[in-house]
Design a protein. Sequence first.
Length: 569
Amino acid sequence: MEHRHDRSTVAGQTIAPTPTAIRDRPWFARYGGAFVLTLVAWGVAIALGNGLSVRTHLPFAAAVAVATWFGGAGPGLLSATLSVLAIDFSFLPPLGSIELTHFEELVDSLVFLVVASTIGATTAALRHARELAERRAADISVAHAAAERLAMQAQRLLEVTTALAEASSVDEVANVILTKGVQAVEATRAFVMLVDGDHVERLGATGYGDDMRERTRLTSLTDDGPVAEAIQTRSAIWLSTVEEFRQRYPRVFERVGTVSDRQAHVVVPLHYGSEVVGAMGMSFSEPSAAGAADRAFTLLLAQAAAPALQRARGYDAERARRRDAELTARAREQVLGVVAHDLRNPLHLVMATAEMLGEPALEPERRRELLAMTTRALGQMRRLVSDLLDAVRIQTGRLTLDLEPLTIGGIVDQAEEMARPLAAERSVTLESSGADRATRLLVDRARIQQVLGNLLGNAIKFTKPGGRVALEASIENGAASFRVRDTGPGIPPERLPHVFEQFWQGDSKDRRGVGLGLAIVKAIVEAHRGSIAVESRVGEGSTFSFTLPVPVPDELPAESSAHPELQLR
C-alpha cells in the first residue's frame, strides 16, 4: 500500500516529500501519456529505418518502460500493445496493414510482448523500490529530527530541574519556570500561580501584555476558568484547538486571546503530596505540542516545579519570621534606649525636687515652683510611658478601638478645647472650622482625640509666637477629611517620607519627644480604616491631613464595641 508524504517540519528541519504515487495521477494523463510515448517511439523507429536503414524496435521498448515507470502496469500494457500494432503496420510485410496471421509475425509479436512485459515489470519494481526507499528515508529523517528534539528537550528539562533545586524563593522558582521551563517545552507564553487560601496569586507571566504580567490577586477558586478547574479537579486541562478554548472558557478566552490560529493550551495543577500549591499554564503556537511526548515533558516540568514551589514558600515564610524577629528585637532595643535616656532626666528631676521639698525651711513660693516642676516631670513621664505602651500594643496587634457614633462638630470642638490652653501659653492663634458638623462618624472618642491632640500639639509646639494653627474638617469624596495647618518652619522634602516612622525626629537635637507620636497617630487612623498624609514647605509651614470613612446608617451601632486592630507597619 502506497502513501503520500506531505512536506513537514520537525524541530525546525524541513522534510522533503517523496514522489507522487502513480494512483494519484489522473487516469487520462497516464494512458494518454502511454499513447503519446508510443507515437513518439513509432516516429523515431520510422526515422531510423528510413534515414539510417536501421530496423530496430528499441524505441518501442523504451516507450513501454517509460509508460510503465510513470503510468504503471496498465499504461505499460497499452504501450506494448500499440507498439506491436505499430511494428506490424510499419515493419512486417505486408507493409501498411495489420495482419497478425503469419507464424513469424506472431513469434516476433510474442517475443516483443515478453520483452516489453519484462521491461515493464522491472521498471515497476524499480519504481516501487525507489518510492519505498524514499519513504523510509523520509520517515527516518522525521524520526531523527524528532529524536534530536526530544533529546534537546530532555537536556533543557534537566537544566530546569537543576535550577529549580537551587531556587530559594517563590519568585526565583517562578522565574525559572517562565524562562528555562518555557524554553524546554517550547511554549509561546506561560504563567505561574500560587494557591493562597481560597485565592490564586499570579507570581509571574511571560508572553502576555503588561497588565497580565502584574503580580496581583487575579482570581478565586470559584471562578469558571481553567486555572480554578485544574486546581479543583487536581488534573491537567488540555485545550488542543482555539475553538475548544473559546467554547469551554469564553470569558477567559476574551481576556487573554490566542497566540496563533493553531494554538494549543494547557493548565497543570502543581501537587505536593495531597496539597495543590499552585498552577502552571502554557500556550503553544503549534498543536503538535499537545502530542504524547510534549505532554509528558510538560507534566515532568510540573512535577519538578511543585516541590520547588512548596520548598521556596517555606523558605520565604522562614525569612519573614526571621525578619519579624529581628525587627522585634531592634524595636525592643530602641524602646530600652528611649526608656534609659528619656525617663532618666524627669526621674532625676523628681528625685531632686522631692529632696528639696523635704526641707522644713523652704519658702512657700519656692515650694510651689518645685511642686509645679515635679508635676510637669511626672506628666512627661506619664506621656512617655503611655506612648511606649501604645507602641507595644501596635506592634503586637493589641491596639483596640471602642467605637461610638460622634459628630464631626463634636470632634472638632473637643480637640480645639483641649489644645487652646497650650496655644494661649505659646501665643499662637488657634482656629477651627468644620462643614457638615452634624455628620456622624463611627470612631473611638479617646483615640481620635489622641490623634488630633498630637497633631495640634506638634503644630503649636513648632510654630513661633504670633503664628497660626488651623483645624479644618469637611466631607470630601464620601469621606470625612481633617486637616491641621500651621505656619511653622516646615519639614525638608528628604525628611517627609520618615515622619510617620517610630522614633523618628525631624531634629536629632530636639529632645521634646521620642518620635512615637506620629507613628501612633498613623496606626490609629489606619485602625479606623482611614489614611494619613503630610504636605510641607520649608519656611511656610506644614499640613497634616487624615481621612475617616463615613458609615452608612445601618453601620452605626446602638452600643459601642471593641475591635482588635492592625499591627503597625
